[in-house]
Design a protein around this ligand. Sequence first.
Ligand code: BGC
Ligand code: NOJ
Length: 828
Amino acid sequence: MRYGHFDDQTREYVIETPETPLPWINYLGSESYFGLISNTAGGYSFYKDARLRRLTRYRYNNAPLDTGGRYIYLRDNDPVLASARTWSPTWMPTRTPLDFYECRHGMGYTTIRSRMAGIESQTRYFVPLGENLEIWELTLTNQRDQPADLSVFSAIEFNLWDAMDDATNFQRNYSIGQVEVVEDVIYHKTEYRERRDHFAYFACSEKLTGFDTQRDAFLGSYRGWDSPKVVEAGHSEDSIAHGWQPIGSHHVKVQLKVGEQKKIIFILGYHENPKDAKFDPPESQTINKRTVLPVISKYLNCDEVEKSFQALRVLWEGLLEKFQVSTPDVHTNRMVNIWNAYQTMITFNMSRSASYFESGIGRGMGFRDSTQDLLGFLHLIPERARERILDVAATQLETGGAYHQYQPLTKRGNNDVGSGFNDDPLWLVLAVTAYVRETGDWGILDEQVVYDNQPGSEKPLYDHLQRSLQYTLDRLGPHELPLIGRADWNDCLNLNCFSDTPGQSFQTTTNKEGKVAESVFIAGLFVLAAKEMAELSEKLEAKDKKQDRTYLLPPSEFYMGKAAKMESIIWQHGWDGDWFRRAYDDFSHVLGSKENDEGRIFIEPQGICVMADLGIEDGRAEKALNSVDEHLATPHGIVLQQPAFSKYYLHLGEISSYPPGYKENASIFCHTNPWIMIAETKLGHGDKAHDYYSRINPSVREKISDLHRCEPYVYVQTIAGRDAATHGEAKNSWLSGTAAWNYVAITQWILGIRPTYDGLRVAPVIPSAWKNFEVARMYRGVRYVVQVERKGLGNEVQLEVNGKPVKGNIIPMPAENTKEVRVRVTIT
Ligand code: BGC
Ligand code: NOJ
């Protein structure tokens, strides 16, 4: 069953009922000001950091679902009509039945339209480029056959900035709330008098009939957002908040003639003043509004709003233009051309911090998360990718290890979580090499980057990559496999934890010194990273003169040697006969082997080892992938391991804390599925790769939305596995490495359009039924139009570049100033 449909022309998903199984959300803003918005206008906003600079309040895990948002109430002023005709044009929070409802989630904006009692309304929410504010543009149309006399009330609840503190420290918070209301603008200035130099504002384009800033005055103490006292009464209290819960609500009266249309603009924004110019007059405690007022008046203008909305459309058109494909499969096209690319921007911006499943207070930017997110995002805005790489690298420790997370606002490593996730640093190598292949920006390797944000510790970025590898080599266990530390990619495989105390964090508790438990996954990842470093050496040596480099470059053989050594260890201790093993625990017992009763086979090492080219020549890779198919694949995707752990194992940690079939305990943990897709393409299996791609493709799953439940336009982290009671049910949409890796799998490995250091490679491994496809891709400033035609059932390609045959499968770099290259590809 579906709850809406894709509109590929406008690049929107159209939700046709407010009662989706879960709130189906979108994101506003992609620079510094961000918002989450659901299909019924729920959600919240923040500046840069969802924990430390939260503008509005949101109540997670509430009943009803999705409480707190960007609310508008409409009400007929006629006292006789009012009781029957008070409604929310976005359905929530009043949940009054609407005659028509439609929500369109687009690229960086959301529009919710509805009709009720002859009044049509449309609210368009977006963040103008370059601004720290959001616009709600409300358009009302009177379709009645008589004039309409309406009241419009807006409502948001301010957050007292630090979202964690806001939700816990009530003895203080109930006393600190402060607002100003000046010339119809509501300013939220809690803590502005002390150490903050920022405030929020909420403005409206119309002359106000009234306003409210104290929550209980607006709602009434024992009422919810669904039935505010003020809306029921039809007039505001003009309340000023002193402590308690500051809110912002405007009251506007609107008279509409028959057929008349009117636009009302609300803006909610964030503003900073210089420390020495906070107050006006300077000796007062009144906000200095000189720099904010021009911004407010600019955006309370309808033409300006339209102009900035069009600029947002143009931006996204330009970004998505960078990779457009036309294949025989509509689901592939729609995900690659629109939604998957969009989601990679969102994961790039948010890492794992703020979604409807991530509260924005738990996690900042993950080291391994952000480095992997980059893989799918690089080509969209390479300059921002560069900046992110340098930020992440600056949190790396001198040992080569990494803080597991850092806060986006401070860019400092997070001490609460600390380090010791032994896979973390290796992902940096993959991100940086992918970046150089995409951009040709070799100079990034020479960038001086500090360790642990300590001034004076600057070293070239290349040194960071070397230390990443060395970190693994310095930590080998009894089988000479890499020590796992707190965990590897699988945060829940906590082999040194031995936690028997409820409430302990598996991520931060370590009870064993960790000199025994080893990870085959890290070994595979190490081989992949070491081979990347080897290729980098080879290319750098060929490319420039030694004296131009700010670092010493080991020869390619050095890294190949390290990779080969690790490979031989994997074959010795990490191969189980039919698949790759997963790990050795603290007792040196194997995990992910036929010797185990539960957890006999895991997906991660099969993916990563084949991606690192292990066993491709001698059939062992094929064996491993056949085992994946046989033991792990389900119609809803490939589960993480089998058999699921039926009970809690002290020595395995969080993985076995989940009921069978959920999360890391044998759900379809989607992030890992594209690794298998890529592995399948390495063996030339286009049908299999695309089949796996389709099983978790949200657009394919749209038709089972009642089972899947999450948004059909974005990837989720997890789909319940075959051991679960709810097999096929998705959770944790939006913020997952799944977005970047699926993008890489489909664009680079299945469609096979892959940046190399020397040019764009074309090596499609597509389904046998596909006769052709076409890609238009920007690469290093040049537009490549690649037309692929299948003439045989193999994966061999012949290239014709601008009409001339070219040997191999790499399109040579074109002459300078070339704008477009046309490539015809024949697959035989
Ligand atoms: C989850 C993991 C996640 C980790 C991060 C665990 O509870 O299952 O997926 O990576 O928390 O803190
Ligand atoms: C989610 C985390 O964000 C990611 O870093 C981790 O790899 C997976 N969970 C698997 O545990």
